[in-house]
Design a protein around this ligand. Structure first.
Ligand code: FEO
Length: 405
């Protein structure tokens, strides 16, 4: 059964929702699913903007068959060649032997690498400032390297203001009928997953996202809606999502808030983490969340680390090193280029306590612009009542730093 939504009088969402995939990119859990957005423009020529993942291709074809009827598909625009969007293009090329393909130089290179028979088709290699006219609609192409792959581009329909933004402004969570940002409570239900999507998928490439935002700035006045490859279409409140992207891509925290991440084998480090959380709340800092690093997928920790201004890393010492899941979190923060945060450290060990120094060394030497508070809580096996002053000092230090920053 076809499942389409009208975006404008002649533009349709023809994508698909996926609730079967457990791990996006075979690494990030997506318990609420994901959508692969594809858009069909019915102008004098019919134009498909991107496709869908392989598993969703039957749905894509039911959708475009329903809308095209006896018409052929004339044009395929590929903004992004990652297979969650381009896998079905192999079938599109086979089904429509006369379809003309637009993409960037690197887009065509990737089509060859993935083994698609694009050479049997008319192709148009585009770059910044190139345009194409499909009848009433004219589109302009803008390269968007490393947002999220090197070949990516965005396409602006200059006739009616639809911006096909590739991965930019996308989100996890299946649409399930709803398509537009004003049909969901984005701030309540989607923001955390949009942040988790951005930070884990594109987080490393903040400078490239900033470049794209600057490059596209002169066009923003023409944008009436943003049509990303995942998640809702933005047809109102575009400034809201642009502001979020500005924060995330410049590594600026969204909130004065604390995340406490603990690595605890028998509950003693956890106990200290909870006591610290309570003391922060006593001091009026209530945007505090506590995470067990062993039981929280690192993608959620990354999303939260991009949101908050302050982190507390509380780790046992393990094999004279940092507890492996905590080290994994540190490595992921480094890989995703997280920077410009203030960190307090809590260490624990029953002999040879090492984790505090090792975490400090990692933050200092392997990450950028990380400020480590001088106060550190050091625990020998369990946090004693006699250490309450130390806990208070740590909470005071975090509170004072939040007030100053
Ligand atoms: Fe949703 Fe980079 O692909």
């Amino acid at each position: 059964m076809h499942c389409v939504r009208k975006v404008t009088e002649d533009l349709y969402w023809v994508g698909a929702n996926d609730h079967r995939l457990h791990l996006f990119e075979n690494i990030h859990p997506i318990p609420q699913g994901v959508s692969y957005n594809s858009y069909l423009l019915l102008d004098e020529q019919s134009v498909l903007f991107d496709t869908v993942d392989w598993e969703a291709s039957r749905q894509l074809f039911e959708n475009i068959d329903y809308l095209l009827g006896d018409r052929p598909l004339d044009v395929l625009v590929i903004n992004h060649m990652e297979p969650d969007h381009c896998a079905a293009m192999e079938q599109v090329l086979k089904k429509y032997p006369k379809v003309k393909v637009y993409s960037t130089e690197k887009g065509f290179m990737l089509m060859h690498q993935f083994g698609y028979s694009v050479d049997e088709h008319e192709t148009v290699e585009v770059t910044d400032g190139d345009t194409a006219c499909f009848g009433r609609h004219t589109v302009a192409f803008l390269t968007a390297p490393m947002v999220h792959w090197p070949e990516a581009m965005i396409t602006l329909d200059t006739t009616d203001g639809s911006l096909f933004s590739a991965d930019a402004f996308g989100s996890f969570i299946a649409l399930d009928g709803k398509l537009f940002n004003d049909e969901v409570n984005f701030d309540r239900d989607w923001l955390d997953e949009a942040r988790r999507y951005y930070t884990n998928i594109v987080g490393k490439y903040g400078p490239h996202v900033q470049s794209l935002i600057n490059k596209a700035a002169p066009l923003l006045g023409q944008v009436k809606r943003i049509c990303p490859l995942h998640g809702p279409v933005w047809r109102s409140d575009i400034g809201y999502i642009l502001d979020k992207y500005n924060h995330w891509s410049s590594y600026e925290p969204e909130a004065k808030a604390v995340m406490i991440v603990y690595a605890s084998m028998y509950g003693n480090t956890e106990s200290a983490a909870q006591a610290l959380a309570a003391k922060l709340c006593d001091r009026g800092i209530t945007d505090v969340k506590v995470y067990d690093v062993s039981n929280t997928h690192v993608s959620y920790l990354i999303g939260e680390a991009f949101r908050v201004s302050h982190l507390v890393l509380a780790s046992v010492t393990y094999n004279l090193g940092i507890y492996p899941p905590m080290l994994n979190f540190l490595n992921d923060m480094k890989a995703l280029n997280l920077q410009n945060r203030t960190v307090a450290l809590v260490e624990n060990g029953s002999w040879a306590v090492k984790s505090g120094d090792l975490m400090a060394q990692f933050l200092d030497e392997q990450m950028k612009l990380m400020t480590i508070l001088n106060e550190r809580l050091s625990i020998a096996s369990s946090c004693k009542a006699s250490q309450e002053d130390e806990l208070n000092n740590l909470a005071d230090s975090i509170a004072a730093n939040m007030r100053e920053s």
